[in-house]
Design a protein around this ligand. Structure first.
Ligand code: UD1
Length: 426
């Protein structure tokens, strides 16, 4: 298993390009099941999760080909569905596999999908996906760890669906299922994440009639058929936020290209409160630490446009080097503090009180983070250890970096190019 060796203490300086968004790419690849025409996606990031999703749709009948010209250009073609079953061996690797449920049900009238089960950051149920599909007329059965969903004889029918929680995955699954359902579907309480807007843009260019994506009420007027399209995947706002904090924790200055500051939503305000300053540039933005340094700042994770749960672990690492205390509260997923004991091994002073973590920042006295061998159990927790390591004194060895490969394209090359001392040891 590969490891990363990071020697900390170098300020990151230079230009860093943001890749296509993992969390947009995964639902977009699931959407390739919806048409018999060719779909071309651009800016597809080279990530383990993307490979897993491509493998899954291949099993279901999608042929995919990398196109020449620019990296990340992929043509997808699903002449016909070869199977309507998403098997356990593929789903267990990645929870987002459950996003094939809506497309399979819409195109094939049936979906048999392994239940994703628990994962490192909590139980993560799919009840909202399933009750939404039932509202569209699907008959759902659960047996032997699989969900079987069957569309009624005349196909799915538009309906009013209320989500009791703004689930990103459920909103995406329902958008894909409703695009070709008969009549009108209204999703009330929909998630508003930019990745949902990206999916709605793709579906619209395939011929779907969708209004309100990005707000909490989305209306879908079902169409008979979807056709081919070309779509460029949005930039990864979580990757951008992560590198913003890498600049912050090392006291450096980065020019982030291809990233969109607007996509950070409410996180921008919190990062500014914590002492980061942003300036817009022609092709992105620049970030550095204000002269007063990093300040302890409280955050609470919220659905978009609130502070994203996917940046919580990184923010906690940043706050270890701030002056003063920070209270970091996780409200989206239980059990998403797996990075805390590992950060503590590096000298961080963090105590957990229920869903909140109190971080005692050491900024004014210089970092107290010290290199150590660490490992992590999920993607964002792993990258928070990378941030801590970049700022720590001495060498940190990060184990189980397959988590990082799931979600950060060319992580060590990008960091090396802006001055970090990072090495991958096979
Ligand atoms: C997506 C993102 C993930 C991000 C999360 C929150 C992808 C591939 N993943 O995950 O990176 O951390 O949004 O922004 O895009 N819930 C239910 N029942 C359901 C579905 C969800 O109770 O049927 C709850 C979850 O337990 C959680 C909350 O709703 O508390 C939000 O989950 P959801 O938005 O669905 O997260 P994902 O789509 O899995």
């Amino acid at each position: 298993m590969d490891r990363l060796l990071i020697t900390g203490g170098r300020k990151l300086e230079g230009t860093l390009a943001i890749s296509g968004a993992k969390n947009a790419a995964l639902p977009l690849i699931a959407a390739t099941l919806l048409t018999g025409d060719t779909l071309e996606l651009r800016n597809v990031p080279e990530l383990a999760d993307v490979v897993s999703m491509m493998r899954l749709v291949q099993r279901l009948g999608v042929a995919s080909t990398y196109l020449p010209g620019e990296p990340g250009r992929v043509a997808f073609h699903c002449q016909e569905l070869l199977s309507t079953t998403a098997p356990y061996d593929l789903v267990r690797k990645m929870r987002a596999s459950v996003l094939v449920l809506g497309p399979l049900l819409a195109r094939g009238g049936e979906a048999i999908v392994s239940m994703p089960g628990g994962c490192a950051i909590g139980t993560r149920p799919i009840d909202l996906h399933l009750s939404g599909m039932e509202r569209l007329g699907a008959i759902i059965e659960l047996s032997q760890g699989y969900v079987t969903a069957r569309a009624p004889a005349g196909g799915l029918k538009g309906a009013r669906i209320e989500l009791t929680q703004p689930s990103v995955g459920a909103t995406e699954n329902l958008l894909m299922a409703a695009a070709t359902a008969k009549g009108t579907t209204t999703i009330i309480g929909a998630a508003r994440e930019p990745e949902i807007v990206d999916l709605a843009l793709l579906l619209s260019s395939m011929g779907a009639a969708i209004e309100g994506a990005g707000t909490s009420t989305i209306t879908i007027e079902g169409v008979a058929q979807l056709h081919g399209a070309v779509h460029s995947i949005m930039p990864d706002r979580i990757e951008a936020g992560t590198y913003v904090m890498a600049a912050g924790i090392t006291g450096g200055r980065l020019h982030i290209t291809g990233g969109d500051l607007g996509l950070l939503g409410g996180a921008r305000e919190k990062l500014e409160e914590a002492g980061l300053q942003f300036t817009d540039t022609a092709d992105g933005f620049a970030v550095s630490v204000a002269s007063e340094g990093l300040r302890g700042t409280d955050v609470m994770t919220r659905p978009y446009p609130g502070f994203p749960t996917d940046l919580q672990a990184q923010f906690m690492a940043l706050m270890c080097n701030a002056e003063g205390a920070s209270m970091i509260t996780e409200t989206i997923f239980e059990n998403r503090f797996m990075h805390v004991p590992e950060l503590a091994r590096m000298g961080a002073q963090i105590t957990i009180h229920g869903g909140s973590a109190l971080v005692r920042g050491q900024g004014a006295r210089g970092t107290t983070l010290r290199g150590a061998p660490v490992m992590a159990t999920d993607l964002r927790a792993s990258v928070s250890l990378v941030l801590a390591a970049l700022a720590a004194e001495g060498e940190t060895e990060i184990n189980r970096i397959y988590h990082l490969d799931r979600g950060y394209e060319h992580l060590e090359q990008k960091l090396q190019a802006v001055g970090a001392c990072v090495e991958r040891i096979p």
